[in-house]
Design a protein around this ligand. Sequence first.
Ligand code: HSE
Length: 322
Amino acid sequence: MSIKKSDTVKAFAPASVANVSCGFDVLALAINEPGDIVEVSKSDKPGVSIDEITGDDGLLPREPIKNTAGRAALALIANLDEEPDFGISIRIHKMMPLGSGMGSSAASSVAAVVALNRLLGDPFSKMDLLNFALEGELAASGSPHADNVSASLLGGFTLIRSQNPLDVVQLHVPDGLVIAVFHPHLSISTKNTRLILRKSVQMSQAVKQWGNVGGLIAGLYTEDFDLISRSMEDHIVEPARSILIPGFDEMKEYALKAGALGFSISGAGPSVFALCRSEEIARTIQNDIVKILDTYNLQVDTYVSPVNRKGSYVIEEGEDPV
Ligand code: HSE
């Protein structure tokens, strides 16, 4: 089969900040960059193959079932009425660090299903794609959690009202919210940081936590930044995971003093983020967090972005993503 340009589709999927402090596994937001690009093409080789991965230092599995993008693509194909009479070749361009806590595996699975859906003539809805991308997330973390995939696919703030059956709600995003994300150069596996969490929580902690989740969502809808700020407290997960991040308490204290609405761990870490009411505050915090991490001899990548409202999209010819 000779491959024509129309036989190849590329999609971009953005990074995401999951948990957003108090919303472990149920809240997430998308940021503008970084993100991954996945390219899918029709191929003579039957089935799904991963023919190239760039930006992963050779670390990601090439076997489709073990790879987040490959597994998501396989899930999509399994749900077609008829199997395509051509193979699917996948090329993954990782443009964010692995194990960073910024939804790297989710971005690859989301971009793969968005590109593949278009290649096949858009047979599936976004909600279908979410389920397929979630299958991909399983390959990376061993447990299905839809927070990163939902934000990366749909953009904005997302709430996982229920994981099974999947019920995802897109939340109102007030204007002006800016997120600064800091990725210290450490790698932490989501699998391991889920294992260190207690299996049960005390009623008193749970009461505080669901008060904060409700407060945060109410704050988004009423655009009440002070309520958002009061609600960004995590009594359950952050205390357990933050000990793995050098300088966490110092960074948090500084960011809150400098005017951040909230400061917490992005996903499973080691990235941390500050949610701010203006870019000016985010930029001030950015410079000082880098200095704090420097005292721990840690290099850091930083990203300052409004909440991304677009989510994943097909890259049209000549379009420059991010
Ligand atoms: N909600 C998940 C966790 C996100 O915190 O384990 C992982 O990126």
